[in-house]
Design a protein around this ligand. Structure first.
Ligand code: ATP
Ligand code: MG
Ligand code: MG
Length: 550
């Protein structure tokens, strides 16, 4: 069984510990700081940190920062915050691949000295041509057999800034006929005259991902270097570098299937495009599949961890239904979120036989299945708001809500009857005049009520803003149509804002990131940034049930 919890990587580590190959395991999570972390990264985080926890080992956080032009401190800070929020701690200090640039340079020189690397001046186009293809072997660079001393001197010139970008690269001397194109004399170092967020202007040459990753793993004593399946073809190169330098140890690379989610894009490049072109309001827009976006949407760290556990770890690619993610958050919030009443689209109900000055305390339990969550008071007054869609002037068959001359119960309180419908000149319902029966409080009653509806006192409740989020894309595979950009299948209704919703007064006590089940509507969170006591702002996390299910 390759699935959680005893997936193939756990079995490999179990065996490595049983055989004594390792006495302690060390993993790492190696993000490139060129964007915010997304739900796919959450899978990798839960896997790497989770394995370390399970086997009482350690997991490092290492920024894979070899492409300075796309990286930034903002991304570094957000990544650290997201990992902590998910509930994980890295071992010791944060590490940076750039911490190892001196050592990597020394190893590059070692390769040149041993005749295993050379400086090459082919142009990028020539290099592509010389590389060959899947069906054709490559050709040797004319610089391949230049004397060691010459390559050493040229490499020093690269480092000293005497070459422009593209004029010289350092390449490994491996095998231009290899069926694995990664082994056809791959580039080790390239010239980049750019400032680096960690090393400043110290370097104008930067090592490639492949030359950096395994060596960084070796420096940190990583035992199991876990990456996604795209890197399977890079493993021979990972091993070649470690075999051909004086590495302190030899970590091993293992691959697993990346997470793909339908109705979602997870390529950082595309997420960046959504942000840069303002299709969304930043990396942490609640519609984004970023960890910070999901957080702002109201997802809990526990739900994301549960989701990662649920989808398991395998070596076969597939697409996970976004409903699985929604299931995880519903399950978590059903248990943990207190209930509250909020009316999104209010219509006024006047209870004509209820005293105008009277305020009656209706005591409601915060959770139907968890008494420990206590109770709260919702004041009932002569005027209340109910949901516009909870009234029908002509009731359809089996109508479960309010209609003229029919009975409906106000949640936790009395049965009311709609006696009169008041409309404006355009025919819109503006007020419903009802009467209540003072003897109808409590669950048991003579009345055959249509149903129970939520309500909020008009005079004691507060106006609030509610942001109704939905899936960002209308297509299950937003990247699936080659004639259409993923931007063309953005859901135009992915965000609907109402500023005239009405919240029960207990909600004025709520703080940013507090989560609730709004009765009959779904799960909502107080916006992390925009919510305050003076201005309540709620984001819909998810509906009560899957409205997309057919
Ligand atoms: P992207 O393709 O979105 O740009 P990346 O792989 O370039 O992602 P990194 O910052 O290098 O992004 O990723 C850090 C770690 O997270 C890597 O080990 C990578 O394998 C893993 N990872 C990235 N995307 C996914 C995913 N969709 N599912 C599982 N793991 C992922
Ligand atoms: Mg990467
Ligand atoms: Mg990438």
């Amino acid at each position: 069984d390759n699935n959680a919890p005893n997936h193939f990587l756990r079995q490999i580590i179990d065996a490595d510990l049983a055989s004594g190959k390792h006495t302690k395991i060390v993993t790492r999570f190696p993000p490139e700081p060129n964007g915010y972390l997304h739900i796919g990264h959450a899978k990798s985080i839960c896997l790497n940190f989770g394995l370390a926890q399970h086997f009482q080992g350690e997991c490092n956080l290492r920024f894979d920062d070899t492409n300075p032009e796309k990286e930034s401190q903002e991304f570094i800070d957000s990544i650290k915050e997201d990992i902590h929020w998910l509930g994980f701690n890295w071992a010791g200090e944060v590490r940076y691949a750039s911490d190892y640039f001196d050592q990597l340079y020394t190893w590059a020189v070692e390769l040149i000295e041993n005749g295993k690397a050379f400086v090459c001046h082919l142009t990028p186009e020539q290099m592509r041509e010389y590389r060959g293809s899947l069906t054709e072997p490559g050709k040797h660079s004319p610089y391949r057999d230049r004397p060691v001393a010459e390559s050493l001197a040229e490499f020093e010139k690269m480092r000293a800034g005497e070459y422009k970008e593209g004029e010289a690269v350092l390449r490994a001397k491996i095998d231009m006929a290899s069926p694995n194109i990664n082994l056809r004399d791959p580039i080790i170092y390239r010239v980049r005259h750019v400032h680096h967020h960690q090393t400043g202007d110290k370097w104008c040459i930067y090592p490639t991902y492949d030359f950096t990753h395994g060596q960084s793993d070796a420096i940190e004593g990583i035992t199991h270097s876990i990456c996604t399946l795209e890197f399977e073809d890079h493993r021979p190169l990972y091993e070649w570098y470690l075999d051909n330098i004086s590495a302190p140890c030899k970590p091993r690379q293992y691959e697993f299937a990346r997470l793909n989610l339908n109705y979602t894009v997870t390529s950082k490049r595309k997420l960046k495009q959504l942000v840069d072109e303002q299709h969304v309001n930043g990396w942490d827009d609640p519609r984004m599949p970023t960890i910070s976006g999901l957080r702002r949407r109201g997802y809990t760290a526990a739900a994301l961890r549960d989701f990662c556990e649920r989808i398991g770890v395998t070596r076969s690619d597939g697409v996970v239904d976004v409903g699985t993610l929604e299931f995880s958050i519903r399950e978590d919030l059903d248990a943990k979120a207190p209930r509250a009443m909020c009316v999104l689209d209010p219509v006024k109900v006047v209870i004509t036989n209820f005293d105008a000055d009277k305020v009656e305390d209706v005591v409601l339990s915060n959770h139907p299945k968890d008494e420990s969550m206590g109770t709260r008071v919702a004041p009932l007054t002569r005027e209340v708001y109910i949901e516009r869609e909870d009234f029908a002037e002509v009731a359809p068959k089996k109508w479960k809500r309010m209609a003229p001359e029919q009975y409906v119960r106000l949640r936790g309180s009395y049965v009311v009857r709609c006696d009169e419908v008041i409309k404006d000149e355009q025919g819109n319902v503006v007020e419903l005049r009802c009467s209540y029966d003072p003897a109808s409080a409590g669950a048991s009653t003579e009345y055959k009520v249509n149903g129970v509806i939520h309500w909020v006192s008009a005079s004691k409740g507060v106006q609030c803003e509610v942001r109704l989020y939905d899936r960002l894309f209308t297509e299950a595979d937003p990247e699936g149509d080659k004639d259409k950009s993923f931007l063309e299948v953005i859901n135009p209704e992915s965000l609907v804002v109402t500023t005239t919703a009405w919240a029960e007064p207990s909600l004025t006590q709520a703080s940013s990131e507090d989560r609730f089940q709004f009765e009959r509507l779904g799960y909502f969170v107080c916006d992390r940034y925009d919510h305050s006591t003076d201005k309540l702002v709620f984001n819909r996390t998810v509906g009560l049930r899957d409205s997309w299910a057919k």
